[in-house]
Design a protein around this ligand. Structure first.
Ligand SMILES: *[C@@H]1O[C@H](CO)[C@@H](O)[C@H](O)[C@H]1NC(C)=O
Length: 527
């Protein structure tokens, strides 16, 4: 029995215990040594060695083995339930490990925080602050991209915000000094936009995209009785790059009305009424910007056509549902939808496209990159992780060589502690793996040209909405699967570039027969 095979056998034997307690594999392994008294010492040494090796194996390798073991142990048809339970435990263990794995570094497990600051592409809950909040909902705003890193200067003038409103609520009228593009991530609502002599409203539902032009006063209702309304907003300020403000006219103390900034004599003269009545009007509202409404009020404010007609200009629709068009990619492993300015005129002057990926549980996207668009991706549902190749965060050459020699699993690349900016004049580009968990609410920036892949957990679909900034004439290039860039190289180019016979290159790049969505690494039976 080879050493590796023994390791694996011992691991499998102890997998059940492994889930329950600390380092049980090691204990189990040593325990089994006593059955073979003669060479106890030697055996124990091998256990120790194996244990060290096990620590070097990547979480994903362990996940695969664990999943395979579940299949082996619960092969029968009627054991499907147990098999699923078993695989769920594998997944949980994997997730726990990847969390601590990411946090592992020179300073031990506590370096998680530090790591995050060194990976400027991923934003979690704590990178949002609360723009406004009442008991009926809140607006969360993501920190400015450039606060995080200069590498994100290209999207400096974009902000992300997420609005959540409880069922049967009213979001009071306001305008922003910014263009707003909204994706309805969840729920059903109605939006109204007003100008001097006109008001246009339309109902909105999951998957809808709509735009609120800068300065347009808009208000919303959540017209559902049970479900929250969740809107993901891309905000493009028009005054100060990267900064915007909300302006409430109709209001009082809270939200404070901008009318209150004017002096009494100005307001009296402007409205042509006496000062007391002005004071009373702007002194009443104290409930905040998201408030409860009665069902009659909601019903009366929701009497719009689905989609509606675009208010100010007439010829195009007010909303576009991203699921309406056939997906660009669609197979058992996922669907990919995209809307650009050719399908939705509202996007025309914004240079933005919106895409939506629905990655099936246990599946992954192809590695791909965008030719010129910077992608701001927001997870709207599910869990998983991503990997991205990043030349900006690579290590210096000598460091990366020594690390490459020492490493056994590619995951060690994610010791993000060691990120450093590549010194100028460095001739050999080396790439850092940027990797992080994805869960509902995570925001990831994928710069143009950077190869990226997303993987869904085994339990749930992973759904991601992406705003692509700088989208006009952007192309998305896939790097594996039925159609991929490498397949287009001439035979000679393949041989020269890879330094192996073209046939060998083709064998690798032609083996994956699916397009864009594949079976994920944790699910591959023959991995
Ligand atoms: C997402 O995928 C699931 C199946 O995995 C499917 O039932 C659902 O309709 C899909 N949603 C969209 C919006 O494509």
């Amino acid at each position: 029995m080879s050493y590796k095979a023994m390791c694996l056998a011992l691991l499998l034997a102890s997998a059940a215990v492994a889930l329950a307690s600390q380092d049980p594999e090691l204990q189990q392994c040593k325990h089994q040594c006593h059955a073979d008294d003669k060479q106890v010492r030697q055996c124990e040494d091998r256990c120790e060695e194996y244990h060290r090796h096990d620590n070097d194996r990547s979480p994903i390798q362990k996940l695969r083995e664990c999943n395979k073991d579940c299949e082996r142990r619960h092969q029968e048809q009627q054991q499907e339930r147990q098999r699923e339970d078993c695989q769920r435990r594998c997944q949980e263990r994997y997730e726990k490990e990847t969390q601590s794995y990411e946090g592992r570094g020179r300073h031990g497990r506590d370096s998680h925080q530090q790591k995050q600051t060194n990976n400027p592409y991923v934003f979690e809950d704590r990178h949002f602050f609360t723009g406004m909040q009442t008991q009926h909902g809140r607006l969360r705003i993501l920190q400015q991209f450039t606060e995080r890193s200069d590498l994100l200067r290209g999207i400096e003038n974009y902000r992300i915000a997420v609005l959540e409103a409880q069922p049967q609520t009213f979001i009071v009228p306001s305008h922003l000094d910014a263009e707003i593009l909204v994706f309805v991530a969840r729920g059903r609502g109605a939006v109204n936009m007003v100008r001097e002599e006109r008001r246009e409203g339309f109902n909105i539902k999951e998957g809808d995209i709509f735009r609120i032009h800068a300065g347009t006063t808009a208000y919303l209702v959540n017209r559902d009785n049970n479900e929250r309304l969740v809107l993901v907003k891309l905000i493009q300020p028009v005054n100060t790059p990267g900064q915007f403000q909300e302006f409430y006219g109709a209001g009082g103390q809270n939200p404070e009305s901008y009318f209150k900034a004017f002096s009494d004599e100005i307001l009296e003269a402007a409205f042509n009424v006496d000062g007391e009545r002005v004071k009373r009007l702007f002194g009443q509202q104290r409930q905040g910007a998201i408030i409860k409404a009665s069902s009659e009020q909601i019903r009366s404010m929701s009497q719009h056509q689905e989609g509606g007609i675009w208010p100010f200009g007439g010829e195009s629709k007010g909303t576009h549902n991203i699921y309406d068009k056939r997906p660009i990619y669609n197979n058992n492993y996922g669907q990919y939808y995209e809307v650009d300015s050719s399908q939705f005129r509202q996007l025309r002057d914004l240079d933005i496209a919106i895409s939506f990926s629905n990655i099936s549980q246990g599946a992954m996207t192809a590695p791909f990159y965008n030719s010129k668009a910077n992608k701001i991706a927001v997870v709207v549902e599910g869990e998983g992780y991503f990997e991205m190749a990043c030349p900006h965060l690579s290590q210096s050459r000598s460091q990366s060589q020594s690390q490459r020699q020492s490493r056994r699993g590619e995951e060690e690349e994610e010791e993000e502690e060691e990120y450093s900016y590549r010194p100028r004049g460095e001739t050999t580009t080396s790439y850092k793996t940027v990797r992080s968990r994805l869960r509902t609410g995570t925001v990831v920036v994928v710069p143009a040209g950077h190869p990226f892949v997303a993987v869904a957990s085994n339990n749930q679909n992973l759904q991601i909405v992406s705003f692509k900034v700088n989208a006009d004439n952007n192309e998305q290039f896939t790097l594996a699967g039925k159609r991929n860039v490498m397949n287009q190289l001439e035979r000679e180019a393949k041989e020269l570039a890879f330094g192996v016979p073209a046939r060998e290159v083709e064998e690798v790049f032609r083996s994956q027969e699916e397009e864009f969505f594949f079976e994920g690494p944790g699910r591959r039976a023959d991995a």
